[in-house]
Ligand binder design. Structure first.
Ligand code: SAH
Ligand code: SF4
Ligand code: F3S
Length: 428
């Protein structure tokens, strides 16, 4: 039996489903609690220091199971296994397995070895796409489908290219087959995943081709993707988004900063003006499109004026939501060689100001929907109140309403109330 705990981004959640699929195919059973497991895996993230600190603490807790049941195997998989292989060896000696993002194929074999030694699979393989590995998804109306792995952009703050290796895409035909199978099994919405998802190219087809091919699959009602890079948002991709009614009017478009000087040092490859022109063009072509973003505060050399520019951009774009982070220096990246000169207290203060601003804007953007009817893809019963259902609007906002409504159906909901995070109403 295997128990897997997942940290980090949606790509890691999808990798956990793939790891689970490969182990189920070898006869393992999945369990929901570490007490029940012969194999305990922690699928980890390396994006910020606190992600790694959390895992070290968790490994100490999980090691208890090895003390009470010595046959238990404890493994660390994912980005942190790749990034901190050496400190994991010394600081987490209870760990039996270290498997990086390109080593999951070897996991069953490594688990078969019972010599008590530390086993590792940490070689990055630019050809590994896992296209042939079965994915064990939790059943639901939405399926996350990895279409490309790795990243070639090397933004100066980011560890991802070092831990996930070079960019590579899965073949279009394999993806179309998989989405068809998902549709046959009842999936209504697919979310394509990749670190620069819109850079997808399999040698023949590009991301626009993938969107159009998916549009043609019966049974799929909604298509989303994350995260696109602003520079890869080509005219072909925008045309495909505008032409395909199943592609939802919602886009996560990470900006990181709204200072050209900072963007240049981050090697993001666009200016603030180019980013805003892109937002305007998307708003013209895709009416009602909702944007979300990622922002880092306190990047090396970020001045009060740089920060003020970022604050002002949020006010102009009016994102539906934003993921806001304090800069965390990552060993191995280019920015790690620079002076991390914004004091932590100042980073915290800047972060708090952005959080407060975004909370206000999210509330305003959501309250503007009160009185309108929105099409909600129903996911299932809400945790509370009793009898209510929950789902997502086209803009990917959570909507709740009293039922009855079946999971997988799309219903019209008249919005009556809104918070910064949720819309609620009743069936129209
Ligand atoms: N591939 C995506 C994002 C991947 S990581 C993209 O290109 O946008 C998700 C987010 O984490 C990033 O957008 C960035 O805002 C944040 N992040 C990455 N490295 C970071 C670091 N060293 N410190 C703080 N935040 C970071
Ligand atoms: Fe990291 Fe930049 Fe690649 Fe995104 S595009 S994963 S931020 S290097
Ligand atoms: Fe973290 Fe790896 Fe994702 S570093 S954000 S789990 S790609």
């Amino acid at each position: 039996t295997v128990y897997i705990e997942t940290y980090g981004c949606q790509m890691n959640v999808a990798d956990t489903e793939m790891i689970t699929g490969s182990l189920l195919a070898r006869g393992y059973g999945r369990v929901e609690r570490p007490e029940q497991a012969d194999v305990i895996l922690v699928n980890t993230c390396a994006i910020r220091e606190n992600a790694e600190t959390k895992v070290f603490a968790r490994l100490r807790e999980l090691a208890v199971h090895k003390r009470t049941r010595p046959s238990v195997r404890l493994g660390v998989t994912g980005c942190m296994a790749q990034h901190l292989r050496d400190s994991l060896r010394t600081q987490a000696p209870q760990v039996d397995l270290l498997v990086g993002p390109d080593g999951y194929r070897y996991l069953p074999e490594l688990l078969d070895a019972e010599d008590g030694a530390l086993h590792t699979a940490l070689r990055l393989d630019p050809n590994e796409t896992y296209a042939d590995v079965p994915v064990a998804r939790d059943p639901g109306v939405r399926a996350w489908v990895t279409i490309m792995r790795g990243c070639d952009r090397f933004c100066t703050f980011c560890i991802v290219p070092y831990v996930r290796g070079r960019e590579r895409s899965l073949p279009l035909a394999a993806l179309v087959d998989e989405v068809r199978r998902l549709a046959d099994a009842g999936t209504k919405e697919v979310v394509f995943l990749g670190q620069t998802v819109n850079a997808y190219r399999d040698g023949t087809a590009d991301f626009a081709d993938l969107l159009r091919a998916t549009q043609a699959i019966d049974g799929i009602d909604r298509i989303r993707f994350t995260s696109p890079h602003p520079t890869d948002m080509s005219a072909r991709v925008i045309d495909a988004m505008a032409d395909c009614p199943k592609v939802m009017p919602q886009l996560h478009l990470p900006v990181q900063s709204a200072s050209d000087a900072v963007l240049d040092r981050m090697a993001r490859d666009y200016t603030v003006a180019q980013y805003e022109r892109l937002v305007d063009r998307l708003r013209q072509r895709i009416p009602g499109i909702a944007f979300s973003t990622d922002i880092i505060v306190g990047f090396p050399g970020e001045t009060a004026a740089d920060f003020a520019a970022t604050y002002a951009l949020i006010e102009r774009v009016r994102y539906a939501t934003a993921f806001l982070f304090k800069y965390s220096s990552r060993e191995g990246t280019r920015a790690a060689k620079w002076d991390d000169d914004v004091p932590d207290a100042e980073k915290g203060a800047r972060l708090e100001r952005l959080i407060a601003l975004q909370e206000r804007i999210s509330g305003e953007v959501n309250r503007a929907e009160v009185g309108t009817d929105v099409a909600v893809l129903v996911e299932g019963p809400a945790r509370r109140p009793e009898g209510w259902v929950t789902g997502k609007s086209p803009q990917f906002k959570r909507v709740m309403c009293p039922g009855p409504a079946v999971a997988g159906s799309t219903v019209r909901v008249r919005i009556e109330a809104a918070t910064s995070h949720t819309l609620s109403g009743r069936l129209a």
